[in-house]
Design a protein. Structure first.
Length: 89
């Protein structure tokens, strides 16, 4: 038996650094592989960072977050972007 969640979970987003490809020649397979590996590494680091941030989020549980927001009338705090960027370099 599945019970739907009435309060939506918190969503985590990360926009990584831009990776320039204007210089890339699609016929140069080695250069394409290099850029592909760079992009793959950035995406994997971003996912790992977001998973880590989610685990440390004190209000990741919807009921706790909803209760806090109802009690104090403001959005529940989340991790510091500065701390997030510092610990994930």
């Amino acid at each position: 038996l599945l019970i739907p969640t009435l309060i939506p979970a918190r969503h985590y987003f990360l926009f990584g650094r831009p990776i320039r490809t204007h210089h890339l020649d699609y016929r140069d397979k080695e250069s394409c592989k290099k850029v592909y590996k760079e992009i793959q590494g950035e995406v994997e680091r971003g996912i790992d960072s977001l998973l880590h941030a989610r685990e440390k989020d004190p209000f990741k549980i919807s009921l706790l977050r909803y209760s806090f927001e109802q009690l104090y009338g403001k959005a529940a705090p989340t991790f510091s972007v500065i701390d997030f960027n510092t610990c994930n370099k």
